[in-house]
Design a protein. Structure first.
Length: 681
């Protein structure tokens, strides 16, 4: 029985003398079709005493005969069966049951037509191969993704030579392109890696190194020559190769993939295809086609590899550019922060700050210098200190400066806000409690007085302490010993007390709201902190230092404070003092970009809100920013001259300007004090 199969324009003619011929996509069929519309076991053709039959095997898309879908139908010579994209024509008129029939003139003419059809089929196959090869070449040159490229090479080779399976092996110098790629060790050569393993239906083959002959691959790699075997199992070249026998190989082709086939050229890989069930499945023309595919593959692989290297280089350059940009940004931030810190240092170096370290307290005004002069004397003693000043003026900073510059600096510094806790909790915090002293006292706790033994206890807002707590604190200060709540044991303590209050304690004593004896206990030495509105010349220094710190905390670059913004800040009365200015700078650090603008300031600052009625400073006058800057400059000059006893040279140095510039400003504001400095007359 003669069977003609046409699939995707490719014509194949078979002579099968079998009573049952199976057709489908699986490898064990007598006629194997590649279309995805064909089931693995689609149908079969049976011959019995009654004739030839077509039997559908429950396929998904059906078996079509004479335009109709059939389950079982009798066939006549010349019938055309359509399965998926394939058509199958049967010719069994010339032979029936092994008995030769006489051919008449019409039959001879028919045979002549068959010969012409065969020739036409070969021409069609060549034309189809040319079309497939052209399309494959175009796709290979266009594809730059190495993984897709290698799969395209193998799939194209399988389609061209109509092979069952295909493998592409490359050496390790190429980048890995597919998951599950496996090594194939070849003695004496670079180890090859199976990069792609595909079947005719475009599916990946699992465990690829166990599915091909390493001996054949090694032979091609070493010889750099293509190899064709029509029956590998009987080929004497492979008589010693166990893999050929184990795999039961039949038709095999294998060609090198190299930049050149000249002597000494590097073999980059091997392209291997086979057909395990059919002998003589390939011929010399198929080997030539496979060689052409390998040559094109070599060029495409090199192109894709170079494109990959260029992409990686571009990504590295882009990453380096981003890193440089980030480093420049960080460097710029550090430079701006350092400039801010240096401006503070320059201003503070222009005046005497005393014998001790007060760097945590930013300022260059005469009022702050008087505070430092007080601290120089207070630090050397061990007496109680009362720090008075409005809220936000930095009373705890002063307390820390006293402690950490004094003889007790190696001992504890403990602080407590007396206004923040009710009496019961404040008593427990200060004096401690024994276990079980009250509900919730599951274990004993040391009080702050005991924790500060040998060191300093800072009591903030002591003016808000209740009369009962004042009495208990006074007893501890008088006796020098403390007794925890719920305990009979008295513990000796040596603590320096630094108290602070924004309220006028002397007035509270007159009103009977603060114990007079306690007042005199804590008011041995006194530090009076000026509000920020009375030291406006410190505002630019404070603003820059606080903005730099807020920017670091927010992990952002510090913005620049231009002159008009500094003038607006200096014109505000700051009823909340340094704490209010600090919150303003934190707000600016978030809202501003590289430079602070007036619109970034809060409305209260822009409106130049006057001081609260409790403040002692004058209200800010309305006017332009230029007037405010001039007023600030004039008052700064007056303060510098006063602190330098009228010495213009020292005043100019303190202001950070030349003596000539100072003289011009003195003339401008009508502050001339004569031609000569008092010290130089």
């Amino acid at each position: 029985m003669k069977i003609t199969v046409v699939e995707d324009g490719v014509r194949t003619e078979l002579e099968l003398e079998r009573s049952v011929v199976t057709i489908g996509r699986a490898l064990d069929n007598d006629i194997r079709l590649a279309s995805s519309q064909v089931s693995r076991h689609h149908c079969r053709i049976e011959t019995d005493s009654e004739g030839v039959w077509a039997l559908d095997l429950g396929s998904s898309n059906g078996t079509m005969l004479r335009g109709q879908r059939v389950q079982r139908a009798r066939l006549e010579s010349g019938d055309l069966i359509k399965i998926g994209r394939a058509t199958i024509t049967l010719d069994f008129a010339t032979a029936r049951g092994g008995e030769t029939q006489r051919l008449d003139g019409a039959a001879l003419a028919a045979l002549s037509d068959v010969g012409m059809a065969t020739l036409t089929g070969e021409a069609q196959r060549e034309r189809e191969n040319l079309r497939i090869f052209a399309r494959l070449t175009r796709e290979l040159l266009r594809e730059t993704d190495l993984g897709k490229l290698l799969r395209g090479i193998v799939d194209g080779a399988l389609l061209l030579v109509r092979a069952e399976r295909g493998f592409l092996l490359l050496d390790e110098s190429l980048p890995q392109v597919a998951d599950g790629a496996a090594d194939l060790e070849l003695p004496g050569q670079l180890p090859l890696k199976v990069r792609v393993a595909r079947s005719h239906d475009r599916e990946d083959i699992p465990i690829p190194t166990s599915r091909l002959s390493g001996g054949i691959v090694r032979s091609v790699q070493e010889s750099r020559a293509p190899l064709l075997s029509v029956d590998a199992g009987r080929d004497p070249r492979f008589s010693g190769m166990n893999s050929v026998e184990d795999l039961r190989l039949r038709s095999v082709m294998c060609v090198p993939v190299a930049t050149s086939l000249e002597r000494g050229a590097r073999v980059e890989g091997v392209l291997y295809v086979d057909n395990r069930l059919q002998e003589s499945a390939f011929g010399p023309e198929d080997l030539e086609l496979l060689r052409l595919v390998a040559d094109q593959a070599s060029l495409a692989i090199r192109n894709a590899r170079q494109m990959g290297e260029l992409r990686e280089r571009a990504e590295r350059l882009s990453a380096s550019a981003r890193k440089i940009e980030l480093l420049n940004e960080q460097l710029g931030r550090k430079v701006r922060d350092r400039d801010s810190e240096l401006s503070v240092v320059r201003a503070e170096l222009g005046r005497e700050r005393g014998r001790y370290d007060y760097t945590a307290i930013v300022g260059a005004s005469s009022g702050l210098r008087r505070v430092f002069q007080q601290l120089d004397r207070i630090i050397e003693s061990d007496l109680p200190v009362l720090v008075q000043g409005e809220s936000g003026t930095g009373k705890e900073l002063i307390a820390r400066a006293i402690h950490f510059n004094g003889a007790r600096k190696d001992k504890a510094f403990v602080s407590e806000n007396c206004a923040a806790l009710p009496d019961t909790l404040l008593e427990s915090e200060l004096f401690g409690h024994a276990r079980g002293a009250f509900t919730g006292a599951h274990k004993a706790k040391k009080g702050l007085l005991e924790q500060a033994d040998g060191g300093t206890l800072f009591l903030d807002e002591i003016g808000d302490m209740s009369a009962e707590m004042q009495k208990k604190l006074l007893r501890v200060l008088q006796e020098g010993e403390v007794r925890a709540i719920g305990s009979e044991e008295r513990i000796k303590v040596d603590v320096r007390i630094i108290a602070a209050s924004h309220r006028n304690l002397e007035q509270l004593v007159r009103e009977g709201r603060f114990r007079e004896d306690l007042y005199y206990r804590i008011h041995v030495l006194k530090v009076e902190l000026p509000p920020l509105r009375e030291r406006r010349e410190d505002i630019p220094l404070l603003a820059e230092a606080l903005l730099a710190r807020a920017a670091r905390e927010a992990n952002r670059p510090a913005a620049v404070l231009p002159r008009e913004v500094l003038a607006a800040l200096a014109s505000h009365d700051w009823p909340g003092n340094v704490r209010e200015l600090e919150n303003e700078m934190r707000r600016i650090a978030v809202l501003a970009g590289d430079e602070v603008r007036l619109e970034h300031l809060s409305p209260a600052v822009l409106e130049r809100r006057p001081a609260s009625t409790s403040g002692s400073g004058p209200a800010a006058e309305a006017g332009s920013i230029r007037d405010a800057v001039a007023d600030l400059e004039r008052r700064s000059i007056e303060a510098a001259l006063a602190s330098c006893s009228g010495n213009k040279s020292r005043a100019a140095k303190q202001l950070g300007i030349s003596r000539f510039a100072l003289q011009r400003k003195l003339d401008k504001y009508g502050l001339a004090t004569g031609d000569d400095d008092p010290d130089e007359a």
